[in-house]
Design a protein around this ligand. Structure first.
Ligand code: CP
Length: 335
């Protein structure tokens, strides 16, 4: 039984097939893949897009969504193997995953890292445990990667610029008052490199390099495609001739759990907002963001409100690609 935890586990052909199916769903939204079936949507963190698009997607496929607010309305969960549960969590994921699997046909989970200890959190312990103990497929709705967002982004890019192979993709760190999850940045690296783009990472300082697991994967994908992965701290170099720009902010991993010391490095990126002057350096590039997005901090109004901004299409695509993912998993599981 396959899960949808990371695009690393799926071939490019599989992912492209899901995008094509998503395009078919865009033209003809109704389906029957989930007729008589139920999907648990478990949220440990807030959401606008993921929550609504999964709920509506399940409905359009004929199924029933069970919305589980895991921050207060379900039991706090333990996921350590062999834990002595004499404090804190009331329930172990071993029971929760197996019980939910008796009720529903798919389990989708959003669980951001706790920003305490990257060494532990980079193992993605909660969703990994769910995938281990559930007897139905598990979908990642954003943990330390955001694979549904990846497909939505790639679908939007292909719709706008055609075949992306050999095109130049810039992933730029953008300012934000707080350190954020690296999930979307990790995912942007993975999908752009897997789909054959030249990938540039623009960061204010080397401390903003992403985890080696994702840098290494992107390097391998680029090597296989004959493209390049480059890292720069120079915005001129980063934007020059780019076909697509993706903005995201994240916290520097060396300061994980001790963010005060990150402040001077974050200040180095004060001028990294995506604006018209930077976009003028691109090759008539398009620009996107996963949303939510702080206007005039991450991306300037003139860019967001301009014709090259793909963020709304990308958000719409979440609905279509997630239906394709659910249909694929349920079909493969044969339930
Ligand atoms: N992009 C995204 O996942 O949006 P939400 O956090 O609103 O779900």
């Amino acid at each position: 039984m396959r899960h949808f935890l990371s695009t690393e586990d799926w071939s490019r052909d599989d992912l492209q097939a899901m995008i094509e199916r998503a395009r078919a769903f865009r033209d003809s939204p109704q389906g029957e893949a989930l007729k008589g079936k139920s999907v648990a949507l478990m949220f440990f963190n807030p959401s606008l897009r993921t929550r609504s698009s999964f709920d509506i997607g399940v409905h359009q496929l004929g199924g029933h969504a069970v919305m589980l607010d895991a921050q207060g309305q379900t039991w706090p969960l333990e996921f350590e193997e062999g834990a002595v549960m004499d404090a804190g969590p009331e329930e172990h994921v071993k029971e929760a995953a197996r019980v939910l699997s008796r009720y529903v046909d798919l389990i989708a989970i959003r669980c951001f890292p706790k920003f305490q200890d990257w060494t532990a959190e980079r193992e993605d312990p909660l969703i990994t445990a769910y995938a281990k103990y559930a007897t139905v497929p598990v979908i990642n709705m954003e943990t330390i990667v955001h694979p549904c967002q990846e497909l939505a982004m790639m679908m939007a890019l292909q719709d706008r610029i055609g075949d992306v192979r050999g095109k130049d993709f810039l992933l730029t760190w953008v300012p934000h008052p707080k350190p954020l999850n690296t999930a979307v940045a990790n995912s942007a690296l993975l999908i752009a490199s897997k789909f054959g783009m030249n990938v540039r990472l623009l960061i204010p300082d080397d401390v903003y390099r992403l985890d080696e697991r994702y840098m290494g994967a992107a390097k391998r994908f680029c090597a296989a495609a004959g493209t390049s992965l480059t890292v720069t701290t120079d915005p001129q170099e980063g934007y020059a001739g780019a076909d697509a720009v993706y903005g995201k902010s994240w916290g520097a991993l060396p300061f994980y759990g001790g963010w005060e010391a990150e402040a001077p490095y974050r200040a180095k990126g004060a001028g990294f907002m995506i604006d018209e002057a930077k976009m003028a350096l691109t090759k008539d590039g398009v620009v996107s963001h996963c949303l939510p997005m702080r206007r005039n901090v991450k991306i300037a109004d003139a860019v967001v409100d301009g014709p090259d901004f793909l963020g709304i299409e990308e958000a719409e695509n979440r609905l279509h690609v997630q239906k394709a993912i659910m249909e694929r998993l349920i079909t493969e599981a044969g339930s």
